[in-house]
Design a protein around this ligand. Structure first.
Ligand code: CO
Length: 272
């Protein structure tokens, strides 16, 4: 059964350079760091509560990850879900006729893994992983939310429900943005489906230009946003002043993707 987000994977030019940010500035702890020769990548996992961030640095030019980096630059590559039985998940997906990249599980950084084709998941590359017993375990909250932009809201909900078992439990219609946010809990993370409700909204424009895809962003809840912003500014980062967030009762500021090796870090404070 899929029970939580295992990690988000981002492709970077240099894992060492990226560690200077994720480990040294954000203070995340490295749980795994090794080269997987047959895939031509160095992979690094960093713990963030119950979730992890995976850095993927191509070590050769002739791999899919290297080509992805060349064409898209440093950005989010895939979302990985934790399951206690990747074999059973694959059998279930095969029986449903879901388009897969891996017909059989293989060894990866996160354990026994398999990838689902992004065509099956509205542009999102999804990995399933069954970690080894010695894998990182935490009950702390990691990410607050991730966001996925979809053109066909109804069809996307069906795919997310049938393929990874997530369901929209709440909808938010932010004032004046011409979009709906469908919130799907997964462990302690909300995966948000973002869909345009008016053809001239900024989201509709972005979907026209980029197609359906996951935002290269993770939101992390903080207790004192002003203190966090001051802390990162003191470390030399540029963050906007905290402002009212799209989610109810929230304030946010963001470390831009440009400063965070392609993965924007939204800091979010809730008035609870
Ligand atoms: Co991965």
């Amino acid at each position: 059964m899929i029970d939580r987000i295992h990690h988000v994977g981002i492709v970077v030019h240099s894992a060492d350079d990226a560690l200077g940010f994720f480990r040294d500035t954000l203070g995340l702890h490295v749980t795994e760091d090794r080269v997987i020769d047959e895939q031509g990548v160095r992979g690094v996992l960093l713990a963030c509560g119950e979730n992890e961030i995976e850095l993927l640095e191509p070590t050769r030019d002739d791999t899919g990850v290297a080509r992805f980096l060349q064409s898209r630059g440093q950005t989010l590559h895939h979302i990985c879900f934790n399951t206690d039985d990747v074999n059973a998940e694959l059998a279930r997906l095969k029986a449903m006729g879901v388009q897969l990249i891996d017909e059989e599980p293989r060894d990866g950084l996160a354990g026994r893994i398999a990838f689902i084709h992004p065509k099956a998941m509205h542009g999102v590359l999804v990995e399933l992983a069954t970690p080894p017993d010695r894998g990182h375990v935490s009950t702390e909250k990691g990410f607050d939310h991730l966001a996925v932009s979809v053109a066909d809201y109804v069809a996307a909900q069906e795919s997310w429900k049938h393929i990874v078992g997530l369901e929209v439990v709440n909808e938010i219609h932010p004032e004046g943005r011409g979009m709906v946010i469908g919130q799907m809990p997964c462990g302690q993370v909300m995966v948000e489906l973002l869909a345009a409700t008016t053809p001239d909204s900024p989201l509709a424009q972005r979907l026209m230009e980029q197609g359906e895809r996951a935002s290269s962003m993770v939101a992390i809840e903080v207790k004192d946003l002003d203190a966090e912003v001051a802390k990162y500014r003191a470390k030399g980062l540029t963050l906007p002043d905290p402002a009212v967030g799209v989610l109810p009762n929230s304030r946010t500021s963001t470390i831009s993707a440009e400063q965070a090796f392609g993965l924007a870090i939204q800091l979010i404070e809730f008035k609870r």
